[in-house]
Write a protein that binds this ligand. Structure first.
Ligand code: HEM
Length: 222
């Protein structure tokens, strides 16, 4: 007998629950980022809070686990779907919904998101929160770290490409996740697509605002 978490629907369910958890993280992360637009003091304060608050420290490994589960199941689901191709072993939604570009490319979009995430963690997290974990020296001015990176057009371009891939991934992922957990009657399908579009766009715009803010010198260049 197939186990619940290894059946097709079980895998989709794990993908959607871990995905929703990561989407909540993104709301918090984008919110914290937005404080950079209000100046050095406020931003450094929120970074310090994130790096030292005990609840956040407990949540960091949970977040990492969320990513690991989401990625491992993505590989497993994609692999099973490839094996079953042609048999139409598993399909959710109608043909038109399932054949949107983002829907067909969720795995590739996910690879782009996670690939750039590694670079991103190296840029910031490794110099900030990680240092608190390993007893090293954390940056005492995260604002300057962020500002310095985003004064370089190449990195702004890289981050904008990353955020574009994330936007596509979220636009389909949000909708698909809610559909998987059961919000899939015809009245809700259209509504969910709008809600997913709003969620993905707001997250992407807030993330994009920070690099553009520094690139355009809106911080006053200090
Ligand atoms: C331009 C937009 C972004 C900026 C300015 C930014 C900034 C930062 C900074 C400063 C940290 C280090 C926080 C600390 O160590 O206290 C961090 C950590 C992190 N970021 Fe971002 N980030 C951006 C976009 C993203 C995106 C799009 C994702 C996910 C797809 C992401 C995922 C993470 C993760 C997983 C961590 C480590 C966990 C944590 O400290 O919360 N970030 N980010």
């Amino acid at each position: 007998m197939e186990h619940i978490f290894s059946s097709s629907i079980g895998k989709k369910l794990v993908m959607s629950l871990s995905g929703m958890f990561l989407m909540i993280f993104l709301i918090i992360h984008a919110g914290a980022n937005a404080l950079a637009l209000f100046g050095r003091e406020m931003y450094n304060e929120v970074c310090h809070f994130m790096d030292t608050n005990p609840v956040i420290q407990v949540m960091v490994p949970v977040l990492a686990l969320g990513f690991v589960i989401h990625i491992l199941y993505a590989v497993w689901l994609t692999w099973s779907n490839l094996k079953a191709r042609g048999v139409q072993a598993y399909a959710v939604g109608t043909k038109t919904q399932a054949s949107s570009w983002a829907a067909r490319n969720m795995f590739v979009l996910g690879l782009i998101v996670v690939g750039f995430l590694a670079l991103h963690l190296y840029h910031f997290w490794a110099k900030m929160q990680l240092q608190h974990f390993i007893g090293g020296h954390a940056s005492d001015d995260p604002y300057s770290l962020v500002a310095a990176l985003f004064r370089q057009p190449l990195y702004v371009a890289i981050y904008l490409i990353w955020i574009g891939a994330l936007w596509l991934h979220l636009r389909h992922g949000f909708w698909s996740a809610l559909q998987t957990i059961g919000l899939n009657n015809s009245k809700w399908l259209a509504r969910l697509q709008t809600i997913a579009m709003i969620y993905a766009s707001v997250i992407a715009l807030v993330f994009a605002a920070v690099p553009l803010f520094f690139l355009l010198g809106l911080d006053g260049g200090n």
